[in-house]
Design a protein around this ligand. Sequence first.
Ligand SMILES: [Zn+2]
Ligand SMILES: [Zn+2]
Length: 304
Amino acid sequence: MEVHFLGTSGGVPSPARSLPCTALKRNGRVLLFDCGEGAQRQLMMSPLSMMAVDCIFLSHHHGDHVTGVPGLLQTMSLFSRQRPIRVFGPEGTVTMMERMSSIQDAEPCYPVEVRDLHPGDSLESEDMTILAVGTDHTVPSLGYVLREKPRQGRFDADAARKLGVPEGPLYSDLQNGSSVTVTGRVVRPEDVLGPARRGRSFSYSGDTRPCAAFIEASEGVDLMVHEATFTDDGTDRAAESGHSTARQAAEVCKQAGAGTLVLTHISPRIEDDLVLENEASEVLEARNVVVARDFDSLRIDYSE
Ligand SMILES: [Zn+2]
Ligand SMILES: [Zn+2]
């Protein structure tokens, strides 16, 4: 699983940073978290394929997070996309997307499914869940937490051999969850498989003040992407405008017991990323803090 930071600015773009867009690549598919203006061009300049985008998760409807959607949808139509794309966001997303579609010359040539999510809603696939978490901004807003379901335990070939299972197709049967019979004796999958192993996990805050629900939902995630619009000297302005400082983001990460913290939504007013990194590092160990730049990417590996 890889996280690609395609746009790491907040509010307005800067020469170095495009508007918010974080891409998560998993099993060849791409999920976008927010889609600010310019996201499609950032995708083209990244190693990701635009056509691999399956879902767009919007944190809220402020322009810096959503204005990339119509252009991206239109380009994919010009490229003759066939597969559907799904767009999720807080209440009002269906209405907003209807309005946005009025600026397009034609309906996209592929299905666009749009759905409003509410805090606590979760989307489930065979091997992962994505939870929408109510966050604390100035308009309805959601963070998202993606967790893979636990993976099967390790196959213990020694145990299998001791139980007399010959190497070959019976190994696969056991790994696929079926019991097998060897010289009249039944060997069950649990006899040769270790305990289930943790899946990988990721959380994305969107724009928010430090938020208890997001801390709780992000418990123990491998990687947390949190907004950090301000440094310490902007603490009051962060509270007024529904944002966080780097230090507050680090406190959120620490309270959630999350692994790596990536700071994004960096105000163009901040001239030196190091200030953000240092302030966050006073709360967390420096090696756990990254200030994202456009086109940075990070891998999330299995911990077990
Ligand atoms: Zn924003
Ligand atoms: Zn906002």
